[in-house]
Design a protein around this ligand. Structure first.
Ligand SMILES: [Fe+2]
Ligand SMILES: [Fe+2]
Length: 335
């Protein structure tokens, strides 16, 4: 009998080959081709589990808490209108990043949605292709795992330095970055980026990590707001992808032969019968909605004194639900 961890590491099944083929399908420009991926002759499992004489499996160190289908269906795109100068700065930077991403993935005019409601309107004249979606997913997730680690690390160091407790922020921030990395690893099982995209990811990480490090030291509030806006984009992106799958525009992902990677089935504990690409994106979108609500809320709190409401017990027994609070909780609602 095969071991579970080895099963996903060794399974290079037909559906993955066809998806990877979709990654390397001709796009509109040579720039996109550079960004997109690897040729079929280079296909390989990108991170096979190491077989050792003693270890049987290495399950996720931070198990996912899971969702019901009803909870995932309630997630919707949202936008918190910027109020302060810091909010406006965060929003403008995210808009610029989205502009660059649209260019890099070759979105043409007809594929773009309503410019006035960029994180809530999902209607567009023309769908994206599976390849365009995967490029966006991989790039988005490769940078999405950075802010939680920077914030968690700096708060951890602050707690050590000031000889003070942190009140529950560090674990939530680190878990967020872990969760984002699981999103990335899942998509990496479907599409291996080419050398150009790998280079872009390395450069982006260098800029993003150092920029966030300085920004978090100067103003953690603005960084949490920035991440809140980034997560609005993520929820929007995945909502649009779900809509295009439902409308039948992405046939490879609608095919009954398509199976989500085993790494995803194990991490989200996806039930039998709910393991389509649409199901997978529903899980990931729900994660993003939590990040959105959590970061918008953290951006409203006193960074030094307030406890993290998402790991607190409340006097009235009510539990905040960040996934459904797209604009985040105001401080008066949770502290
Ligand atoms: Fe993510
Ligand atoms: Fe996220």
């Amino acid at each position: 009998m095969k071991l579970p961890a080895i099963q996903y590491a060794t399974s290079l099944s037909a559906h993955q080959s066809s998806l990877r083929r979709s990654c390397s399908s001709p796009l509109h420009s040579s720039f996109q081709r550079l960004l997109s991926t690897t040729s079929r002759s280079q296909l390989r499992d990108v991170f096979p589990a190491k077989e050792t004489p003693l270890i049987q499996t290495t399950p996720p160190a931070w198990p996912h808490h899971g969702y019901t289908m009803e909870e995932m269906k309630l997630v919707a795109p949202a936008h918190r209108p910027p109020r302060t100068l810091g909010d406006h700065a965060a929003w403008k930077i995210v808009r610029f990043a989205r502009f660059c991403m649209d260019k890099a993935t070759g979105m043409d005019r007809a594929q773009k949605g309503d410019k006035k409601h960029p994180t809530t309107s999902i209607a567009a004249e023309k769908p994206l292709t599976e390849a365009q979606w995967l490029i966006r997913f991989v790039f988005l997730e490769s940078i999405a795992g950075v802010p939680g680690m920077v914030g968690g690390m700096l708060r951890h160091l602050g707690s050590l330095r000031r000889l003070k407790r942190d009140n529950g922020w560090i674990e939530t921030l680190l878990e967020e970055s872990y969760n984002e990395r699981m999103h990335l690893l899942t998509f990496m099982k479907m599409c291996e980026p080419g050398w150009f995209m790998k280079t872009m990811i390395i450069i982006s990480q260098g800029i993003f990590f150092n920029g966030l490090f300085i920004a978090y030291v100067v103003s953690p509030k603005i960084v949490h707001r920035f991440v809140g806006y980034l997560e609005e984009e993520a929820v929007h992106t995945y909502t649009r992808a779900i809509a295009e799958i439902e409308d039948g525009h992405l046939p490879k992902w609608n095919s009954p032969a398509f199976k989500v990677p085993d790494i995803a089935v194990q991490y989200w504990e996806m039930p039998e019968g709910n393991r389509t690409m649409k199901d997978l994106i529903m899980y990931i979108r729900a994660d993003e909605a939590i990040h959105r609500g959590v970061n918008h809320t953290l951006g409203n709190l006193n960074q030094q004194e307030d406890p993290n409401p998402f790991v607190s017990n409340f006097k009235d027994g009510e539990v905040p639900k960040p996934a459904l609070k797209g604009v985040g909780y105001e401080r008066s609602e949770v502290i």
